[in-house]
Write a protein that binds this ligand. Structure first.
Ligand code: NOJ
Length: 562
């Protein structure tokens, strides 16, 4: 860990451009829309913006299918707009990281259009082509992340290509040094323009196991993750990429890595290894999934949140670095999932914010999180847009006969469109997002939950985030302090200390809608001083003579002990 790097000390804000702000009334968020909101980001105090993809794309997966890595998507604006955005951010002291989507491209990328033409095309080897398997069907039994086979037959050459996501997202062949060179040159193209780093989309999928073996079990389609997650050459590729690009610019990197175990994450994020600065793991996102994946709902338990968080806090301490998030454009809204989006919406959103900003690592805020935006419940499946969600519905209801209501319950809880409804700027038409028809409906609660309301209320979730971010700048213990879990068995209370040198903080979080008593085993010290709390009237000093401390629903308290 290199103490003092900007990517450790700043808070990151993720923008999903399609849903952030529309400047021209076409119902789609765009770059000029983002430019018009830069002062809002400055006011919040974030130091880094992560921009989800803005490159040319047919939008099968909203920009995660790129047809030209070096130009801007028409709906979002022009390269000049993008330059102005970068400049506007830098002027305000905010860095910009771009999304790097290089496990796959779009099937409309010129490379793929060439590649599919003939077996001896110079671009053939930019992708992963195989003849039919033994039984005449797909080359192996891998399932795609979005359901169905991960292989698509292509008539022109009578072979199949691999796509771990949709069939419009063919996987790039990282075994090919020419492809790798193209990727590094493209990264340097953006770094030369002055960006500050990359968020790397499913970057731990780029190295596939030799021979692409079928997943065991003999099923027609099966999860083949063992053969493409953190594969044999991943570390080598990450290091090569770092050496050829990032390290030459002092740029930051965060790798999205489904299924990454802590020991490998510690290797990848160890500064001595020069691979990536941090990873997004998915273990927290899995605590409410049953057998068979995310759509199979299971109530989450605080014990699991403690176990996963602690595992990562301890495993990377002094070795690598953690990224801290509870939602993004692929996940439901955190207040609906881990808090209470009705009676205690404000309290629980602040509690979750306190949690994220008092762990060791770099916090990531997803647009609208700072307003306590919630999940949405559209009545009709026709109002949904996300390819993963629609595939699930078609497959569950259409093929497996799952009742509509049951499928919708999964979609309400887990669908990615929960995160993709437009940013709620004010109580005016379409929440101030667009003067036109938005590409996806606005959450009807925009009349109460919106930025204008939040900015005007000193007690709002927004202002609480602002305080947390400002505190983190002032107190290195929030960034670097060691984490120690307390009261492990408590079913509603999440308590831990952070320690840096002689300084020690106590964090108490009531993850329930009931009043609870905290006591046994907690280090109450006379005179401990309140740093922040989400109820206005918390005791400014801890009373050490009291054996028990009552915490109100979703109350969060942070005290400095020593
Ligand atoms: C992860 C991205 O975050 C998600 O939105 C996308 O669908 C897949 N990777 C494929 O690029």
């Amino acid at each position: 860990m290199t103490a003092g790097a900007f990517w450790q000390e700043e808070v990151v804000y993720q923008i999903y451009p399609r849903s952030f702000m529309d400047s021209n009334g076409d119902g789609i968020g765009d770059l000029r829309g983002i430019i018009s909101k830069l002062d809002y980001l400055k006011e919040l105090g974030v130091g880094i913006v992560w921009l989800s993809p803005v490159y040319k794309s047919p939008n099968d997966d909203n920009g995660y299918d790129i047809s030209d890595y070096r130009s801007i998507m028409d709906e979002f604006g022009t390269m000049e707009d993008w330059e102005e955005l970068l400049h506007g951010l830098h002027e305000r002291g905010i860095k910009l990281i771009m999304d790097l989507v290089v496990n796959h491209s779009s099937d409309e990328h010129a490379w793929f259009e060439e590649s599919r033409k003939s077996k001896d095309n110079p671009y053939r080897d930019y992708y992963i082509w195989r003849p039919a398997g033994e039984n005449g069907g797909e080359p192996n039994n891998w399932l795609s992340f979005f359901g169905g086979s991960a292989w698509q037959y292509d008539e022109a050459t009578n072979e199949y290509y691999l796509h771990l996501f949709t069939k419009k997202q063919p996987d790039l062949n990282w075994e090919n040094p020419k492809l790798r060179r193209e990727v590094y040159d493209m990264m340097n193209f953006w770094l030369d323009k002055g960006i500050d780093g990359f968020r790397m989309d499913v970057i731990n999928c780029i190295s596939k196991a030799d021979g692409l073996p079928s997943a065991p079990g003999g099923e027609r389609y099966a999860w083949g993750g063992d053969f493409f997650l953190c594969g044999p050459r991943l570390e080598e590729y990450l290091k090569e990429m770092n050496e050829q690009t990032l390290s030459r610019y002092n740029a930051m990197s965060v790798g999205e890595m489904p299924g990454v175990p802590t020991d490998l994450a510690a290797v990848y994020t160890d500064p001595a290894n020069r691979a990536v600065n941090m990873v997004f793991h998915f273990e927290t996102m899995d605590i409410d999934s049953g057998e068979g994946g995310k759509w199979n709902l299971k109530p989450w338990k605080l014990a699991d949140l403690k176990a996963v968080t602690g595992k990562w806090q301890y495993a990377l301490n002094g070795k690598g670095w953690n990224s801290l998030y509870l939602n993004n454009h692929d996940q439901p809204r955190m207040v609906s999932r881990f808090g209470d989006d009705t009676v205690y919406r404000k309290q629980s959103a602040k509690l979750l914010a306190t949690f994220l900003h008092t762990l060791q690592g770099t916090p990531y805020i997803y647009q609208g999180e700072e307003l306590g935006m919630t999940n949405v419940r559209f009545e009709s499946i026709d109002d949904y847009r996300d390819v993963e969600l629609l595939n699930f519905y078609r497959e569950a209801v259409g093929e497996r006969g799952v009742p509509h209501e049951q499928a919708m319950a999964s979609i309400y809880a887990k669908g990615r469109d929960n995160a993709r409804t437009p940013m709620q700027w004010n109580a005016g038409p379409q929440g101030g997002f667009t003067t036109g028809e938005p590409w996806i409906g606005v959450n009807p609660n925009y009349t109460e939950i919106n930025a204008q309301e939040a900015l005007g209320d000193p007690d709002s979730i927004f202002h609480y985030y602002k305080r947390l971010i400002a505190l983190r700048k002032k107190h290195p213990i929030m960034i670097y302090g060691d984490y120690t879990l307390l009261a492990e068995e408590h079913e509603q209370l999440y308590a831990y200390t952070r320690q840096l040198g002689e300084e020690k903080w106590l964090v108490l979080l009531n993850f329930s809608g009931q009043q609870i008593e905290a006591g046994a085993g907690l280090p109450f010290e006379e005179g401990a001083e309140l740093i922040i709390s989400n109820y206005g009237d918390a005791a400014a000093r801890l009373d050490a003579s009291a054996e028990l401390l009552a915490l109100r629903p979703y109350e969060a308290l942070v005290y400095r002990l020593a």
